[in-house]
Design a binder for this molecule. Structure first.
Ligand SMILES: [Zn+2]
Length: 294
């Protein structure tokens, strides 16, 4: 991304800073491989993938839209983002790990079937869900998205799909403009919960408790995928929700309770947004700490 863009390499350094702490020494750390084009094609048509790969510059930058810019490293980063999510699914579905966090950028939840947008190229959370179904026999997968922006891409991919529940809690009105509670999908498996600018921990926890958790539980998922954006933190410059890192730990624990009851604890969490570096460090530590059961 160009100089000054919020979706920048320092974001991953902020995540690494969190996970360097002694409390995370017990984590199993794996390098994210590049996904194959067949794996990306689980959620994106091959012609669209080819167009994106062809658009990547050999030097300099190419803007797909004012927010979404490709550099010579973008394709490898995006493919490793998908590969990390897939590897996380493999580890969790085979029982080698109880849960996993894929600390990769760029994010993915704005990427629609045939459109890269909003800093996103390939929708790794969606591909993770599909991979769990196709490679590991998961029947139902629930994707819970607490990034402060609505995941229009994930909604687009699963709009007609009864086998994937997509539940998002996000600020409205805000980019990308979708995510009204009336948007429920043709199979009633899309759940949109809108918060307003200025809302904080209480409003978030009440809405998550009342409108998100019961739907995830009733869906009886074989795997829960989290689109873990941390841009609803009060420090984040891109939105106006005022969560603290403890709220992400709380939400993680609530989903772990459902996962323990429904699917042997299986959770795959994928990093989405989060643009204040200090908030990203603190929130990652809270989220991954909760996943480790501490
Ligand atoms: Zn976001």
């Amino acid at each position: 991304m160009p100089e000054g863009h919020p979706e920048r390499p320092d974001r991953l350094r902020a995540v690494e800073r969190a996970l360097e702490a002694e409390a995370f020494a017990a984590l199993i750390r794996l390098e994210a491989p590049q996904a194959t084009l067949e794996q990306v094609a689980l959620c994106h048509p091959p012609a669209h993938i080819r167009k994106l790969l062809d658009a990547a510059p050999e030097e300099g930058l190419v803007a797909l839209d004012p927010d979404t810019v490709m550099s010579p490293g973008t394709v490898e980063a995006a493919l490793r983002g998908v590969g990390g999510a897939i590897l996380a699914v493999d580890e969790v579905m085979t029982g080698r790990a109880r849960n996993a966090f894929s600390a990769m950028r760029p994010p993915g939840h704005h990427a629609e079937r045939e459109k890269a947008m909003g800093f996103c190229f390939f929708n790794q959370a969606a591909i993770a869900a599909r991979h769990a179904q196709q490679a590991h026999g998961a029947r139902r997968v629930a994707i819970v998205d607490w990034d402060v922006h609505h995941g229009n891409g994930t909604q687009d991919i699963f709009w007609n799909d009864a086998s994937v529940l997509y539940a998002s809690i996000h600020e409205m009105p805000l980019y990308p403009g979708t995510g009204a509670p009336s948007e429920r999908g043709t199979q009633d498996t899309i759940v949109n919960v809108a918060l307003g600018a200025g809302d904080g921990s209480d409003a978030f926890r009440e809405a998550f408790d009342l409108a998100v958790l019961p739907r995830v539980d009733a869906f009886r998922p074989d795997l829960i995928v989290i689109s873990a954006g941390f841009d609803a933190h009060w420090r984040d410059p891109l939105a106006d929700i005022n969560l603290r890192e403890a709220d992400f730990a709380w939400a993680t624990s609530k989903l772990m309770e459902i996962a323990d009851r429904r699917c042997g604890g299986r959770i795959v969490s994928v990093l989405e947004g989060g643009y204040d570096l200090q908030a990203l460090t603190l929130s990652t530590a809270a989220h991954v700490g909760a996943l480790m059961g501490s």
